[in-house]
Design a protein around this ligand. Structure first.
Ligand code: HEM
Length: 550
């Protein structure tokens, strides 16, 4: 990502906030006043019930708004040094575990303490996604997408899908990643080929200065990485050529782009937070909602067609005595094959599989695109040894986590242990915190990734070499001690997929091009961060000077 950024997944939701924040045609002040009153009344009993003595004693920032609590103090803010953190670093350094003020006098628990994080992430029975988040996610991925299921309903499909994302399956996909990476390389190369109209080719992604100067030209690399990531999910995810990179006509890809553009217009984030509490508002026929419906219709149509064709091919193969059938190496084909070997009662239905396709698109395309555009482009040229490449990718994902935070809600009372006690408001030590049922828990992914207690005093510095030594403080993160893909039973199932994809694209591009930051304007704009309440950033862009290597 650009030098200072982060993107929508947990309240990932970001694209979804955008829907809620689109312009309204009703009287905004009247609607807001009514909404505020209803919300205050709705939350009143929770405010009273949700505070245990230990939670009440937790330190934290003062409330700066009676309506928004502390939300406005940290949303949209990157730390001053350009690294990403989901909470201001001065807060997490002063209060590693603390209490934030939420909307209308509610309270939010947060922690960067590894023992607390481990308790939260490992215990998915008690710490679940709040219904508000599930509603928002469900709009884009359907009601049966892995990411919106909880409890037993989640465990069965997760178990069925785990092998689909295991190391052998991902190895099989690597040739597909290379094919697409070569396509991307050829696209960049065409900008320098006098036989092509490079200006026209690049027009969609660039500003005015498209000329080649000193062998270099400006390219909005982010746009092309986003198209690459979408094509990868299409081909490797479900064997459908979304054709974003080669600009072939595609009903699906057009709907995807229109939705992304509409969601990218999101400006009124605080309003969106209020609307998110009342899902009924998402039904308003605002522009973003209309585009999202069009995209959903296209995704369901394509998904159904694919699944039904593959099922028919499998049945035909079985009828002709070919027990395996040759469907393809993509994730959905693997899922369908493993489905066949499950008990009928455990098999996934067509609709369930279609929702997984929608989930892969939502959870896997933009996140990986954002990661690939991670900061530190000038240093990319050094990423030429495979070990260094591994460290380099880890460092991108550490400094710039595409999903900067997520949230949970407790569905029962629970005691959260702390590895280091914190000093409470009354001066006593708090060694563990009792969270009452219904407490909102904020998981500051990006802040943990740049925590000095884990990564040392230079935690904010981009330094791939740090990964040569294992950190002594362990987090529950599934990958490289990072919280980027979280950990526990709800970790990101696609993390190996993403890492392989990022490595392949870096490996291919860095052998053909150098990428330099612009000597002067325009500044790289902050990239989107899928984060609770933050939403999609406006228009992500990452103009760089690209030069063909001899
Ligand atoms: C750099 C890229 C990626 C990042 C940073 C990322 C991050 C995350 C995070 C933080 C979560 C947990 C969200 C929560 O529970 O609140 C998650 C879940 C998930 N991700 Fe990813 N993701 C990435 C790429 C992918 C890809 C490529 C796929 C699929 C092809 C994918 C599929 C999923 C799914 C299905 C879940 C839900 C898992 C479950 O709840 O069991 N992700 N991801």
């Amino acid at each position: 990502m650009p030098s200072n950024s982060s993107l929508p997944l947990a309240d990932v939701l970001a694209p979804l906030w955008a829907v809620a924040s689109a312009p309204l045609v009703v009287s905004v002040p009247a609607a807001l006043a009514l909404l505020a009153l209803l919300t205050w009344a709705y939350l009143y009993p929770r405010r009273r019930a949700a505070l245990s003595a230990s939670m009440a004693n937790l330190p934290g920032p003062d409330r700066t708004s009676p309506v928004f609590g502390n939300w406005r103090d940290f949303l949209d803010k990157a730390s001053d040094d350009g690294t990403d953190s989901s909470l201001p670093l001065e807060w997490t350094e002063k209060w590693p575990t603390g209490r934030l003020h939420g909307f209308f006098g509610t309270h939010i628990f947060y922690s960067t303490d590894p023992a607390a994080l481990s308790c939260i992430l490992q215990n998915d029975t008690v710490f679940q996604k709040p219904s508000r988040l599930l509603n928002l996610l469900g709009i884009l991925v359907g009601g049966q997408g892995l990411i919106v299921l909880e409890g037993d309903a989640h465990r069965r499909p997760r178990k069925a899908m785990n092998p689909t994302f295991g190391p052998p399956a991902i190895r099989e996909l690597v040739p597909l990643f290379y094919d697409k990476a070569f396509e991307l390389r050829d696209k960049f190369a065409s900008f320098f080929d006098p036989a092509n109209d490079g200006v026209a080719l690049a027009r969609r992604a660039e500003g005015d200065d498209k000329v080649v100067v000193g062998g270099r030209r400006k390219v909005d690399v982010q746009k092309f990485l986003a198209e690459f990531a979408l094509d990868i999910i299409g081909t490797a995810g479900f064997n459908h050529d979304t054709a974003a990179l080669n600009d072939s006509p595609s009903e699906f890809t057009d709907a995807w782009r229109a939705m992304q553009d509409a969601l990218g217009q999101k400006e009124k984030r605080e309003l969106a937070q209020l609307f998110a509490m009342m899902p009924v508002l998402e039904k308003l026929p605002v522009e973003a909602q209309v585009k999202m419906t069009a995209y959903n219709d296209a995704a369901v149509k394509v998904g159904r067609r694919l699944v039904e064709n593959k099922k028919a091919a499998l049945e035909a193969a079985a009828a002709s005595g070919d027990a395996k059938g040759e469907l393809g190496r993509d994730l959905v084909s693997l899922l369908l094959k493993s489905n066949l070997s499950s008990k009928p009662s455990e098999q996934m239905s067509t609709d369930e599989i279609v929702d997984q396709i929608r989930t892969f698109l939502f959870a896997g395309a933009e996140t990986t695109a954002v990661a690939m555009s991670g900061r530190g482009q000038p240093e990319l040229r050094h990423a030429n040894g495979l070990t260094y490449l591994e460290y380099f990718v880890r460092e991108i994902l550490r400094i710039h986590s595409p999903v900067s935070n997520t949230i949970r809600k407790t569905v029962a009372d629970v005691v959260v242990p702390l590895s280091k006690p914190v000093t409470g408001r009354d001066g006593t030590l708090v060694e563990s915190v009792v969270l009452r049922k219904g407490t909102t828990v904020f998981i500051p992914i990006a802040s943990v990734n740049v925590d000095k207690k884990i990564w040392g005093p230079d935690a904010s510095v981009f330094n791939p070499d740090r990964h040569a030594t294992e950190p002594t403080v362990k987090t529950p993160g599934i990958y490289a001690n990072l919280l980027t893909f979280i950990g526990g039973p709800r970790n990101c199932i696609g993390y190996r997929f993403s890492i392989a994809e990022i490595k392949v694209v870096l490996f291919v591009l860095l052998r053909s091009f150098s990428f330099e930051t612009l000597p002067q304007r325009p500044e790289q704009r902050r990239m989107p961060s899928y984060s609770y309440g933050q939403g999609l950033p406006l228009v992500p862009e990452m103009p760089l000077l690209v030069r063909v290597l001899e």
